[in-house]
Design a protein around this ligand. Structure first.
Ligand code: ANZ
Ligand code: ZN
Length: 870
């Protein structure tokens, strides 16, 4: 027969599906809904192999549940705002919108060439006013519901790009793009009050049982609940300040006897007061400000401090005092902005103490350590143990000591207040959404000198981004626009100014899944429709979004509930985070990365050697790395689709490793996938020929040969279904390989009962095609048609499984000789006793044990046990 030609068949079937509107889902379809979603892409220009993997998985799930009779929603859109578009605009002198929309068109064509079962009628792009109009409207709703605030805050300011940077965009204290040393600035910013939901977001994690445990742990840590104590330290009188106490926050009050200093944040009000009269301190504070606020930066940076001259009373050691420092590692926006340091049991405190020569007194004795000899060197002791060197706390566990010391301080007074107060703190900060950038959704606010901060009236939405902007000056092009920001106040009619900050792009992606349920509605959602589809049954994407995107979406869903747009708390019922796509790296002798397309790899025995495809120069084969432009080890999906077809790329992506792990893209792997495709096609051809030659085909026969094959088929249908539901795509693929082998063997068999065998083969091949349809849909349609089936395999219901054929019908019977177990025998269920007897007596082991004796009696309990009595 002819080879299968994906280049011809793939576009053909894509057209057929498109014309038949196969994947358009109706909101009023009475069948049970199933919503599968892959994280929508940023329109960077081209899809990469990571997208291919992500969307192949989602498509298998979508096509499978469609076949299972569910009303499937499988949409696609574009996370289309963000900095890269502005950078491209600056480089190419192009409007960011033009660049973005061109990229969307190019990537959409690429996605279509993959044959994904997407409902393109629901496509959305977050940069279009039809989308962000509703985001602006919800922003106003949330503001009125008290979920938005505007406050001054410290931000990372990139002095070259003239914008605020997120903590994640500050790398080693420098702006990720400009490389400029990031400064701290106080700016008035817009915030979502996500911290109001800290406890709820934390508690609800336990209910997300279909999420990976690692993602839940990351969110738990990010929210960072800690229970501790606010503790007042009495200041010794000093001319430098009128303050009488310092309040610290600690989660380890049990270590109080090991305290050796107090440290204030550089931004603590007392620091500011002292710095006014202390030039050295003022200089130190300025130095701290020159380094970023990013927590990560602070954690890596050297611990630095300056003694203020102040001292406090030690709260539990009579007559002792502690020095007060200002230290760079104490943050103002956590706890109280002041700490007590216990160097023996906290690494930062230990580094600090070693540097400034402060005492290190251990007060928690690790389990198993000896009190007389235990000492702290370079590493703080953070393991559990028993309190010692601590007066009335001695002998208590850490937890018991925390309780005891909390009670102790609750009963004492400093400045007329209890000295200690139990307090819960969260690391989670409010979500700063202001960006001083052009390419984002404008924040719908007008500032009026008389009326204050006024939301834009809803009838005036959307606040549209002007297209006529120039990027000749750094900073926010919206702010530089000659007219855009000058408006009249909607309240008093006087001259006023538009807010020129735009929204963080994470806002756009915090509700797109809800918009997909009614993408053309005049309101942000149609609540009844959204509630019917949501939560997303299966969400699939990269683990890099484990915290921000997924946490923001969880918050935003709650905020949408509070403002009446949906009626649910959790947006994603099932979450799956897929692994990355990797490839070998190659380097020339000059030490330059060489792309795989320019490399020929030859294998002789165990040895692999590479050379340059044109020059023949030797090339070093390097490690396997995540595909990245910087290492040039990328493979372009377009080239793969053009050479092998989309089905081959999809199949390989699903087959080679568990979906949560990395998969290594290899030429050999793709070729294997391509060969399998041809093998299926040949099997279909042989089956058709066999069917044509025989006049009498029997389907569903109980004939031995036919039944064995039918059992293999039904078992495969059953387990492939289970594996797809469990997202174990590689195992589903392995089952399909096995079934194909069995069918190929059966096709080649010279048989005693050809009518039954060919019937079973025909049934088996039809089922095989249905099993591969979610993964290689184009090949499956071609085969389905060749087999003479009517309609599309895409529309065929998932095959029914005959439970009788799933039953394993061999049993293993233990064999006892004179009551002692001597062996076992596997026989078909229901084998008659006489036959079992004969089989047992012919077994080598039994013959040996009997050593010529004739058994007195043989008792066979059918399907249970064999007893031989001699
Ligand atoms: C004394 C102590 C002794 C502490 C010890 C730790 C270990 P979590 O658990 O993450 O909430 N801390 C408090 N406020 C701080 C701030 N604004 N900036 C930097 N560090 C701060 O961390 C709480 C602990 O971090 C607190 O407990 C405090 O140090 C420090 F053996 O107090 B601890
Ligand atoms: Zn006004």
């Amino acid at each position: 027969g002819e080879r299968y030609n994906p280049r011809e068949m793939e576009p053909k079937w894509q057209q057929v599906w498109n014309d038949a509107k196969s994947f358009v889902s109706a909101n009023d379809d009475p069948r049970e809904p199933y919503y599968v979603l892959e994280m929508f892409p940023y329109p960077s220009g081209r899809i990469h192999m990571g997208h291919v993997r992500n969307y192949s998985m989602g498509d298998v799930v979508a096509r499978y549940y469609r076949a299972k009779g569910r009303n499937v929603l499988h949409p696609m859109g574009w996370d289309a705002f963000g900095l890269p578009a502005e950078n491209a605009a600056i480089e190419r002198g192009m409007n960011p919108g033009t660049w973005t929309r061109q990229n969307i068109e190019a990537m959409k064509a690429q996605l279509k060439s993959m044959g994904l079962s997407i409902d393109w009628t629901r496509e959305i792009a977050t940069c279009e006013p039809e989308y962000y109009k509703h985001q602006q409207s919800m922003f106003i709703d949330m503001m009125q519901a008290g979920l938005v605030t505007r406050k001054k805050s410290k931000v990372n300011w990139d002095p070259v790009d003239m914008t605020v940077l997120a903590n994640e965009q500050v790398i080693d204290g420098k702006g990720w793009r400009s490389g400029a040393v990031v400064e701290q600035r106080e700016l008035t910013q817009w915030f979502f009050k996500i911290s109001d939901y800290a406890e709820e977001l934390l508690e609800a994690l336990d209910g997300l049982t279909e999420w990976p445990e690692k993602v839940r742990i990351m969110q738990r840590n990010w929210i960072g609940k800690s229970e501790g104590l606010r503790l007042l330290f009495e200041l010794l009188p000093d001319d430098a300040t009128a303050a009488t106490s310092i309040e610290v926050f600690t989660t380890r009050p049990d270590t109080i006897f090991g305290a050796s200093f107090i440290a204030l944040s550089p931004d603590h009000p007392l620091t500011t007061e002292l710095a006014a009269g202390n030039p050295a301190l003022a200089e130190f504070v300025a130095e701290c400000h020159r380094h970023g606020t990013a927590t990560e930066t602070l954690e890596k940076a050297e611990k630095l401090g300056l003694f203020t001259g102040l001292r406090v009373k030690h709260p539990v050691i009579e007559g002792a005092t502690l020095p007060v420092y200002v230290a760079n590692f104490v943050l103002m926006d956590y706890g109280t902005g002041a700490i007590f340091g216990c160097p023996a049991h906290d690494q930062r405190d230990l580094d600090f103490a070693r540097k400034y020569d402060l005492p290190v007194v251990p007060v928690v004795l690790p389990d198993g350590a000896d009190a007389a000899s235990f000492a702290i060197a370079d590493e703080a002791a953070t393991d559990p143990g028993v309190i010692y060197n601590s007066g009335f706390l001695d002998g208590l566990t850490v937890d018991a000591a925390k309780k005891a010391i909390a009670e102790h301080f609750a009963g004492r007074k400093v400045d007329g207040q209890p000295q200690g107060k139990v307090e819960v703190n969260y690391r989670l900060r409010d979500w700063g959404l202001s960006r001083q950038r052009y390419w984002g959704a404008p924040i719908p606010i007008i500032h009026c000198e008389t009326c204050g901060t006024i939301p834009v009236p809803k009838k005036d939405l959307p606040v549209v981004l002007p297209a006529d902007v120039s990027f000749d000056k750094p900073g926010n092009a919206l702010d530089h626009h000659p007219t855009w920001k000058h408006v009249n106040c909607p309240q008093c009619g006087g001259a006023a100014r538009r807010e020129t900050d735009t929204m963080d792009t994470f806002v756009d992606s915090s509700w797109y899944f809800a918009r997909f349920t009614a993408p053309h509605a005049e309101t942000p959602t149609i609540p009844a429709v959204a509630n019917r589809w949501l939560p997303v049954d299966q969400y699939i994407g990269g683990v890099e979004h484990a915290i921000l995107h997924l946490l923001y979406s969880r918050f935003f869903t709650r905020a949408m509930k509070a403002t009446g747009h949906v009626d649910l708390d959790e947006p994603f019922k099932g979450l799956f985070t897929q692994g990355m796509v990797t490839h070998e790296t190659y380097k020339s002798s000059a030490g330059e990365w060489v792309p795989p397309t320019e490399v020929v790899v030859e294998t002789t025995g165990e040895q692999r050697a590479a050379r340059h495809i044109t020059s023949g120069a030797p090339i070093a084969i390097g490690s396997v790395e995540k595909m990245s432009k910087s290492k040039k080890n990328v493979v372009d999906p377009d080239e793969i689709v053009a050479t092998y077809g989309a089905d081959t790329a999809r199949w390989f992506m699903l087959s080679d490793s568990p979906p949560e792990r990395d998969v290594q893209w290899t030429e050999a792997g793709v070729e294997g996938a391509s060969r399998f495709q041809q093998r299926v096609w040949r099997l279909v051809g042989e089956t058709i020929a066999l069917v044509e030659q025989s006049s009498d085909i029997v389907r569903g026969s109980d004939d031995d040969e036919a039944k064995t094959l039918r059992k293999a088929v039904h078992r495969a249908v059953h387990t492939v279904g289970e594996d797809i539901e469990g997202l174990r795509f590689n195992r589903a693929v392995a089952q399909i390989y096995e079934l194909t082998n069995a069918l190929v063997r059966a096709a080649g068999l010279a048989s005693a009962a050809p009518a039954a065998r060919i019937g079973a083969l025909q049934e088996g091949v039809e089922r095989l095609i249905q099993l591969i349809a979610p993964m290689m849909p184009h090949l499956a349609e071609t085969c389905w048609q060749a087999l003479g089936k009517t309609g599309l395999v895409t529309d065929a219901p998932w095959p029914e499984v005959d439970p009788a054929l799933l039953v394993d019908d061999t049993v293993t019977l233990p064999i006892q000789v004179n009551g002692k177990r001597r062996g076992e025998i596997a026989v078909a269920k229901g084998t008659p006793s006489a036959e079992v007897e004969k089989l047992v007596l012919s077994m080598d082991e039994i013959v040996r044990i009997l050593a010529g004796q004739v058994p007195k009696k043989i008792v066979v309990v059918p399907d249970r046990i064999v007893n031989v009595v001699v």
